[in-house]
Design a protein around this ligand. Structure first.
Ligand SMILES: Cc1cc2nc3c(=O)[nH]c(=O)nc-3n(C[C@H](O)[C@H](O)[C@H](O)COP(=O)(O)OP(=O)(O)OC[C@H]3O[C@@H](n4cnc5c(N)ncnc54)[C@H](O)[C@@H]3O)c2cc1C
Length: 457
């Protein structure tokens, strides 16, 4: 076999082995903790090319790392051990639209925002939205079961997939579910594939379900001085308002957004410790202001603002959506955890009062999709602390964090997946029996372990 083993499978211009910095660029995701080392990058354009690549890899025991938009936050798309990166970037065609089925079929490398734009052209809506959908791909969303800001109303990617075309670790093609709404014919391989992080198969085509476009959206940004009123605010909102997002961020999160975006001004006059952003999809007769007044009467909030137009809607959202980007200069160590919604305030208190109590020099930023019990806990690297020391410190804090989380029956990864980053902590959320079963399932789909080896477990 030649030193470039895929030369006879795909055109040479679809194989990248130099320059090394470009190879490295395609061999990693948003995480910065891992030393990248890959043999090169493959850019198939068709399903058949993916089949042939995987068959060749199977035959010669070559390891592959499926790679989408590389916005992953758990090291799932990182090559660290001379694997070949299988980039879906050039598989970026919308294949078909069905008005009757309200669905859209696309190659796996189509960027998520393009799916959303395409849906809007047909006056329909694809509700998976979050801060990286301008770069993430629909195949990556499937592989990570991406969530985002509208899970509360619309669910996660899992709820929007009608069909998948997948290549297993042996190079077999699976045409899963074929667009059926009802299909109780044994085990649900579609759901098994969703969230499998490229370890069971390479997703090459995806049919997504679309829904009616929300007629109108408003957002309110509310200020709270205590988390003691958070659950009252949430349960009232959930039961009485047409909410589609319920997000929380801290005062410090907002300070980072403001200091890195000079055009943005402090949104509320009152100084508060916590901000809640509630998005609603009201119909024409819905009276939001009465409910807003109720929040003040009950003293659940101390300040608040309701968007009056599209620009203000976008600006209020930007305070939440720009947090990840604004703290990225501090190479944050990220934890993306979930607990039952009813345990959120208790867990936030535990984070500050127990987990980080002895870590005075580490700044911790907490924000997240509270309506789903999902908190993003970001530890920022102090400027002068060497990266290795920082990671070591964060890992020991994580052990404490996950031990507390386990007591509450929480998850060590709410939406970013396990990848490489959360692998040591899987045991806090999954029993040994579950992990062994997952390993056995992996062997069925990928008997030689060539797909994304070393990820998840
Ligand atoms: C600013 C920012 C905000 C974010 N906010 C959210 C959020 O709110 N909610 C959320 O869920 N995530 C969020 N993420 C994480 C990330 O965007 C999602 O996990 C996204 O779904 C990853 O898609 P991707 O195409 O970038 O995948 P990649 O990062 O390229 O890959 C992710 C995993 O999927 C596998 N994979 C990729 N493509 C395929 C394929 N075609 N077949 C098989 N396996 C494949 C990879 O091997 C890897 O394991 C955020 C990320 C950033 C940078």
């Amino acid at each position: 076999m030649s030193s470039i083993p895929f030369k006879d499978i795909i055109p040479e211009k679809q194989i990248l082995t130099e320059p090394l910095d470009e190879v490295e660029y395609f061999s990693k995701d948003w995480t910065k903790q891992f030393k990248v080392s890959s043999s090169g990058v493959l850019f198939p354009k068709t399903h058949e090319e993916v089949v042939n690549i995987v068959k060749k890899a199977y035959e010669h025991n070559i390891k592959l790392v499926p790679s989408g938009g590389r916005t992953g936050l758990s090291g799932g798309a990182v090559a660290t051990n001379k694997e070949w990166v299988l980039s879906l970037e050039k598989m970026n065609k919308i294949l078909s639209f069905s008005k009757e089925d309200s669905s859209l079929t696309a190659q796996a490398g189509v960027v998520t925002d393009i799916i959303q734009e395409e849906a809007l052209k047909h006056d329909l809506y694809f509700p998976i939205e979050f801060g990286a959908t301008g770069s993430s791909q629909i195949g990556g969303n499937v592989a990570t079961n991406a969530g985002g800001v509208h899970v509360l109303k619309y669910g996660s990617t899992r709820d929007w997939i009608m069909s998948l075309k997948v290549v297993t670790g042996k190079g077999e093609t699976l045409d899963i579910n074929k667009g059926l709404v009802k299909n109780n014919t044994g085990y649900d391989l579609k759901q098994l594939m969703i969230g499998s992080e490229g370890t069971l198969g390479v997703v090459t085509e995806v049919e997504v379900r679309l829904t009616a476009k929300p007629k109108e959206k408003s957002v309110m940004l509310l200020g709270l001085n205590t988390l003691d009123t958070l659950l009252d605010l949430f349960s009232y909102s959930k039961n009485n308002l047409p909410i589609s997002a319920f997000e929380l961020f801290s005062k410090t999160s907002l300070e980072h957004v403001l200091s890195s975006n000079s055009q943005l001004k402090k949104p509320l006059e009152t100084d508060v410790d916590h901000y809640v952003l509630i998005e609603i999809e009201p119909n024409n007769h819905f009276d939001v202001t009465t409910h807003l007044e109720h929040f003040f009467e009950k003293e659940w909030v101390v300040d608040g603002i309701l968007s009056q137009n599209t620009n203000q809607f976008k600006e209020l959202w930007s305070f939440r959506e720009l947090i990840t980007e604004s703290i990225s200069i501090f190479t944050p160590y990220k934890n993306d955890i979930s607990v039952r919604v009813s345990k959120v305030p208790e867990f936030i208190k535990t984070i500050h009062e127990t987990v980080f109590k002895e870590q005075k020099d580490l700044s911790v930023i907490v924000f997240g999709h509270i309506g789903d019990g999902n908190l993003h806990v970001n530890t920022l690297k102090p400027k002068d602390m060497p990266q290795a020391e920082f990671i070591k410190r964060c890992e020991s804090v994580s052990s404490l964090l996950f031990a507390e989380l386990e007591k509450l029956g929480g998850s060590v990864s709410a939406e970013h997946g396990i990848g490489l980053l959360k692998k040591p902590y899987l045991k806090h959320s999954r029993s040994q029996s579950e992990i062994e079963l997952m390993k056995s399932i992996k062997k069925v789909f990928d008997p030689k372990g060539i797909l994304n080896p070393g990820k998840i477990f």
